[in-house]
Design a binder for this molecule. Structure first.
Ligand SMILES: Nc1ncnc2c1ncn2[C@@H]1O[C@H](COP(=O)(O)OP(=O)(O)OP(=O)(O)O)[C@@H](O)[C@H]1O
Length: 306
């Protein structure tokens, strides 16, 4: 279990974390999403002990990580956003090192290296030096180093950045397996479909705090869906009733999008108003809708985070 509570951090007088709080339970994958500069990496760095918070608390499996950082660190598997591998070590040496740091004995470490290498498609490059691996192989090696010790808490910061589909699929499968075995996983990404694959719950970070937390179903249920209409360009534009017009936006030359919480009622109102679309597409709120309404930075937030 990982608990971050009321984290505050200021860089150059600018608040970067402003009461950031989040709990990840055993067996849960939490997808941490949010605009560039929202503070996701800073929160992860504080959890790993790499960066000091100005205030707030971090508990890893009940251990106060700010007071007892070494004990807490031993319970964490971390894949930082910036690749951090020892270029002179082979992948096998690297994984053995991390298995040893996690406290695995020799035989257990050999088994763990074999398993993790197979999961992350590294078996064929185990004896290659990390410095000569391809970008995707490095990503997998970095994730493997986080996973190899079987830690109860995993912090994975954009682990699939730049990864090809095969690397991505392998990594997601490995993360799912570790969560199924009971690990608490904090997973940062800008690639929202991954969170469906991981069956992750969501934490939406914005301007230094978590502004929404829950399952995908819980968070999207509160949002409007959308009706998309394609109109016949030969016909005059329909005159929509005022409540519908207020929720209508153009989508290219001959298409309209209408935000809706009640698609059947709105469609009936559109037809009654004489609207005769050539195609109708009803969209339920999805992760993109969620991101756009909760996570996307306002122009001011984007400026502040730059
Ligand atoms: N060492 C530092 N010194 C000064 N400012 C920093 C430092 N580290 C981060 N920041 C600033 O803190 C803010 C939050 O950065 P952080 O990397 O935590 O965001 P993020 O949500 O992970 O963004 P991204 O999605 O781009 O990875 C940004 O404005 C960044 O410029």
């Amino acid at each position: 279990m990982l608990t971050l509570r009321d984290l505050r951090k200021t860089y150059d007088g600018r608040p970067v974390l402003d009461g950031f709080g989040l709990t990840v339970r055993p067996g849960e994958v939490v997808g941490l999403i949010g605009h560039n500069g929202a503070g996701k990496t800073t929160a992860v760095e504080i959890a790993t002990g790499l960066t000091r918070a100005d205030s707030g608390s971090v508990r890893v499996c009940g251990i106060d990580a700010l007071a007892r950082p070494r004990e807490a660190r031993a319970l964490l598997g971390v894949a930082p956003q910036e690749l951090a591998l020892y270029p002179g070590l082979t992948v096998r040496e690297h994984l053995r090192l991390f298995a040893g740091l996690a406290g695995l004995g020799r035989a257990a470490a050999v088994r763990a290296v074999r398993r993790t290498a197979a999961e992350l498609l590294l078996t064929d490059v185990l004896d290659r030096r990390c410095g000569v691996l391809s970008g995707g192989q490095r990503r997998r090696a970095q994730a493997a180093a986080a996973l190899v010790g079987g830690p109860p808490v995993l912090l994975l910061d954009e682990p699939t950045a730049g990864a090809d589909p095969q690397t991505r699929a392998a990594l997601l499968a490995a993360v799912r397996a570790r969560a199924a075995e009971g690990a608490a996983v904090l997973y940062t990404t800008h690639y929202l479909p991954e969170l469906v694959d991981l069956d992750a719950t969501l934490a939406v970070a914005r301007a230094g705090r978590v502004v929404a937390r829950g399952s995908r179903a819980e968070l999207t249920a509160a949002l409007p869906g959308e009706i998309q209409l394609t109109l016949d360009p030969a016909l005059p534009r329909p005159d929509l009733p005022a409540p519908l017009a207020a929720r209508t936006r153009p989508l290219g030359a001959d298409r309209l999008r209408i935000a809706t919480r009640n698609p059947p009622a709105d469609l009936a109102a559109l037809l009654a108003a004489g609207c005769a679309p050539t195609a109708v597409d009803v969209r339920r709120p999805d992760l993109d809708t969620l991101y756009a309404s909760l996570a996307a930075a306002t122009p001011r937030e984007a400026r502040d985070a730059a």
